[in-house]
Design a protein around this ligand. Structure first.
Ligand SMILES: Cc1cc2nc3c(=O)[nH]c(=O)nc-3n(C[C@H](O)[C@H](O)[C@H](O)COP(=O)(O)O)c2cc1C
Length: 167
């Protein structure tokens, strides 16, 4: 049987959910990643920046926008040693400014995805997948990039059925 990896980026702390600033103990995308883990048994890997964005929502928004404008590649804390054993990568991220956080760009550029399937999933506050799937295809031209799953951040705890169908 093929082995899966769930590689995800997620930020807890202050966030804007359903029209209000709330402090989240666990990020929305992390919750979705946990549901995928429960349903598939795939391994989990957290994509983390060496210098995390601010816990303050408004500051984080500005930092992420500046990185996107500069087409930056934030340094990551770690990478999986290799992806050889994985045929399928569930790639999870919050929608940041209509695409992925730049740390996820940095992650994708590190590996050769030839022969691998990428299943992108994101959590968002209204923009869905945005341009993320096209961006993944550009960054990983040799991968088979499947249809994305976009879940509203505030609905993620109730999304098990939707996630199951997408899997
Ligand atoms: C820096 C930043 C930029 C965001 N940009 C968007 C956006 O363009 N469109 C959108 O629908 N949601 C946007 N959001 C909302 C997040 O995508 C949403 O809250 C997501 O569920 C957060 O996931 P997390 O808790 O796993 O980090 C943004 C949030 C942040 C912090």
């Amino acid at each position: 049987m093929s082995k899966g990896l769930i590689a995800f980026y997620s930020r807890a702390d202050e966030n804007y959910v359903s029209g209000q600033i709330k402090t989240l103990k666990t990020g929305n995308t992390e919750i979705a990643a946990g549901i995928i883990k429960e349903l598939t048994g795939a391994d989990l890997f957290r994509i983390e920046q060496e210098q995390p964005y601010s816990k303050d929502y408004n500051e984080c928004i500005e930092q992420a926008r500046a990185d996107q404008r500069a087409n930056a590649r934030p340094k990551l804390k770690a990478y999986p040693e290799k992806l050889d054993e994985y045929d399928i990568i569930y790639l999870g991220f919050p929608n940041y400014w209509n695409t992925m956080p730049m740390a996820v760009f940095a992650f994708l550029e590190q590996f050769d995805f030839t022969g691998k399937t990428i299943k992108p999933f994101c959590t968002h506050e209204g923009s869905g997948m945005g341009s993320s799937v096209r961006d993944i295809q550009k960054l990983c031209p040799s991968a088979n990039v499947e249809k994305g799953l976009a879940v509203r951040g505030g609905n993620v705890s109730q999304s098990k059925q939707e996630i199951k169908q997408w899997i």
